[in-house]
Design a protein. Structure first.
Length: 608
């Protein structure tokens, strides 16, 4: 993995491919390369490092190709080197492949091909795929790809070109997203819609085990087993402006500051204030199952898992429905117990997270109603779910999720309202939740106005190499999320814990070099957290406290205080997380880190 763009049309291909790669930079990568179908043959140029390094190599060279493919690689098999970068060639140098995903049986295939006399140059599974397609090639490129994929095990999103087919590109997917952008007398093959938005809004999405054959102004879609499929054309609603920085120094900062709008977009048109109810069109066909469910299992990874934990607190407290939150990466490996009244709810920003998708499929196999919460319209989880809810956060470019998290929590609050009013939540309680939710965007704006104050706090602690984040109840997941943000973008070791667990181990680490971040808005456990603060102070620890405005007791104990407006306890994560996002951002910037493209991370994790 990580980013693929292909072009077949009448315009020079190279500028379109390079532009597409730049649109995919946010996904994270360690090398980049292009394959161009020149009149003289196949030209492949690739290099370790960022796209500007590739551009420097290409500078001054003239290319007339009107077809080609390009890739940004995030290393899985083989180190991030020039030779391991994509595109990968077959032995003849006539065929080139770019690939996202993992070929799980590549060692077996490598041994088989080696026995046939094939010599390999790299450590990658993708080169094995290129050699395998070449092994089956006998003049028909599409057939060769189909035959190769019929024995491949694992995940792939691929684009294949061949010197003898200068007006053809073959693409396929299984577990790793691929789409086709449809222009005027031209086609774009990509792993992400951001790569094609500058040229078209008309796209089709390939499903697993499907292929596309682009050939001189025509497009044919079929399965890997050679069955024709008809695909629907989708209109992309995002625009280019929404994936630009808009005057901010980084995408992450822009997306943090977009949260008043994105939270509002997440609940717009979905709340019925007079009735204290919610309506969710994506669940309209699932209302009977929702009325009679006896358990919810949330399936998620990373930041989405933290949002799911907040959903567990809200739904169990207000709707009185048992909820389990599962790491999607572990779920399908432990033979989970699922009844007919269980709903499996997958949460994923991209809708393509492979672990989450696999867990959702496992739950469906065992008879659960499968629902989704995701951001990307037309994503695989959205298509494979029996129903679900879009969070409407718009494109999130920063690898470390911010606005998608708060939009997920907002949607979970709306789902809580929907389920609660079906059960035992009164109209008055419903109206209170609606009113408080509608007030959240303005309160987030007030927190964002403290950005400079939070930056100064960040500067005070930027040289610290370890942080502890503590929270109780519904704000324990916020402590986890705050620690994750700091780890992701500043590479500072940070751990999130339930505050009550501090004395069961982490207290041994606390000294004057260990900042402790307390997430402590007013609530039922506020007095308990004050006791935890006393324990930290007694051991010389430095305290950063996120507390409600006017909390004098916490202010007296903390070294630095970030005051936030009050709201009802079960919506407080929408406010408490904002200062933690800003704190992580500023610490990372002060430490000289690339916050939009943190090392070793990818935006959409489509490998296991």
């Amino acid at each position: 993995m990580c980013g693929i763009i292909g072009y077949l049309g009448q315009r020079p291909a190279l500028p379109i491919l390079i532009e597409g790669l730049k649109r995919l930079e946010y996904r994270g990568y360690d090398s980049a390369g292009v394959a161009l179908l020149e009149p003289s043959g196949l030209e492949v140029i690739k290099e370790k490092g960022k796209i500007f390094v590739l551009e420097r190599i290409l500078n001054g060279r003239s290319f007339s190709a009107t077809a080609g493919v390009a890739h940004t690689r995030w290393a899985t098999h083989g180190a991030p080197t020039q030779v391991n970068a994509h595109p990968h060639l077959d032995t003849t140098g006539d065929l080139a492949v770019v690939h996202n995903g993992i070929i799980e049986n590549y060692q077996f295939l490598r041994r088989y091909l080696s026995e046939q006399g094939v010599a390999f140059r790299t450590d990658t599974d993708t080169e094995v795929l290129a050699m395998l397609i070449s092994h089956y090639y006998d003049g028909d490129l599409e057939l060769a790809v189909r035959r190769a994929l019929s024995i491949v095990e694992g995940t792939y999103g691929i684009a294949v070109v061949h010197r003898k087919h200068p007006r053809e590109i073959v693409g396929a997917r299984n577990g790793s997203p691929m789409l086709v952008g449809i222009g005027e007398d031209e086609y774009f093959l990509a792993s992400d819609v951001a790569a094609v938005l500058a040229h078209t809004r008309q796209v089709i999405y390939l499903d697993d085990h499907e292929m596309v054959h682009l050939k001189d102004g025509t497009m044919h879609t079929k399965t890997v087993t050679d069955e024709k499929v008809t695909k629907s054309v989708h209109e992309v609603t995002w625009d280019l402006e929404s994936i630009e920085k808009g005057g901010f120094s980084h995408f992450m900062l822009k997306e943090i500051f977009e949260q008043p709008a994105t939270i509002r977009d997440s609940f717009r048109g979905r709340l019925l204030p007079d009735e204290g109810k919610a309506k969710l069109g994506g669940l309209i066909h699932n209302m009977e199952e929702l009325r009679h469910l006896d358990r919810i299992i949330f399936l998620a990874c990373g930041t989405s898992w933290h949002a799911a934990m907040i959903g567990e607190y809200m739904i169990e407290r207000l709707a009185r429905i048992p909820v389990e939150v599962e790491y999607a990466s572990e779920f399908r490996y432990r033979n989970p117990i699922i009844s007919d009244e269980t709903i499996a709810w997958a949460i994923s920003q991209s809708g393509e997270t492979l672990d989450t998708l696999a867990a959702l499929r496992e739950a469906k196999t065992k008879g659960a109603l499968a629902l989704g919460i995701c951001n990307v319209v037309g994503s695989t989880i959205a298509r494979e779910s029996d129903g679900g809810v879009y969070i409407h956060a718009g494109p999130e470019i920063g690898v470390a999720s911010t606005k998608a998290f708060t939009s997920q929590v907002t949607v979970l609050a709306i789902i809580t309202l929907l389920l609660g009013r079906m059960r035992n939540m009164s109209k008055d309680q419903g109206q209170e939740l609606v009113n408080e939710l509608q007030a959240i965007p303005e309160k987030v704006e007030r927190i964002l106005a403290m950005d400079e104050c939070i930056r100064k706090i960040a500067a005070f602690y930027a040289e610290s190499n370890n942080f502890l984040y503590l929270g109780r109840g519904i704000n324990y997941p916020v402590a986890l999320e705050g620690a994750l943000k700091l780890k992701e973008i500043s590479y500072v070791h940070a751990e999130g814990y339930p505050a009550a667990e501090m004395k069961h181990g982490p207290i041994a680490l606390i000294d004057e070099k260990m900042p402790v971040v307390f997430v402590s808005p007013r609530g039922g456990s506020n007095q308990k957290i004050l006791g935890n603060m006393e324990e930290v102070k007694a051991r010389g620890g430095r305290i950063i406290a996120v507390v409600n405005e006017g909390d004098k007791a916490a202010t007296d104990l903390a070294d630095h205080v970030i005051p936030i407006p009050e709201t009802v306890e079960y919506l407080s994560p929408l406010l408490t997380v904002i200062p933690l996002q800003l704190l992580a951002y500023h610490i990372a910037i002060i430490r000289g880190c690339n916050v939009d493209q943190p090392r070793n991370l990818a935006k959409s994790v489509t490998v296991e």
